[in-house]
Design a binder for this molecule. Structure first.
Ligand SMILES: Cc1cc2nc3c(=O)[nH]c(=O)nc-3n(C[C@H](O)[C@H](O)[C@H](O)COP(=O)(O)O)c2cc1C
Length: 173
């Protein structure tokens, strides 16, 4: 799929078919995350693939009851390994770069999944402590997004965007 088409047509989907994600497609989706840029190439990304029904249920509960997190073939919990980024960049690494790096990887996941015919939704509303416990994340690993992945069972229309004129500024704000 052409990149501009993938960027424009990707949507947040919240209803999925039960059809599984093909193994080779999952590998391509995860690999897209791996090739995202990261500050100093410190690669703080850690990915937890959740396919067990009970763990998906727990994640949905931690995500303030967003049921589609459970009703999907799999979830990817996208985490930042803060220690990797702070090793070179200290506080700026753990508080900013690790988050930015992980966000870039998450976007690659959304786009690659869409290009392969899957739907996703970036889920950021969750109790971080509870999610950390569920996935048994070590102390320095922070879960930043839960991404359900599956075949879409709905086709949402595109939410509006602010215009280019509104968001762009010439030379100064
Ligand atoms: C950081 C972040 C957190 C989000 N958290 C949630 C969430 O918890 N639940 C949800 O249904 N959608 C969530 N979304 C999806 C947004 O609602 C969605 O991207 C936005 O409405 C634009 O729609 P689109 O993705 O179809 O273009 C989140 C998106 C981002 C980037």
């Amino acid at each position: 799929m052409e990149l501009s088409k993938a960027i424009r047509e990707r949507r947040s989907v919240r209803r999925f078919e039960s059809k599984p994600v093909k193994k080779e497609d999952l590998t391509k989706i995860l690999d897209a995350a791996r090739w995202a840029p990261s500050a100093g190439n410190m690669q703080p990304l850690e990915l937890i693939i959740v396919e067990k029904k009970e763990i998906k249920r727990q994640l949905a509960e931690a995500a303030l009851g967003q049921a589609f997190v459970a009703d999907v073939p799999l979830d990817i919990v996208v985490c930042a390994n803060l220690e990797r980024s702070s090793r070179r960049y200290g506080k700026r690494g753990s508080e900013l770069y690790a988050i930015q790096d992980t966000a870039a990887a998450a976007q690659n996941i959304l786009l690659m999944a869409h290009a392969l015919g899957y739907a996703t939704c970036w889920v950021g509303a969750f109790n971080e402590k509870i999610v950390s416990n569920i996935i048994e994340a070590p102390k320095n690993v922070r879960p930043l997004a839960i991404i359900p992945v599956g075949k879409p069972a709905e086709k949402p229309s595109p939410p509006t965007r602010r215009s280019l004129e509104e968001i762009t500024h010439e030379d100064k704000f």
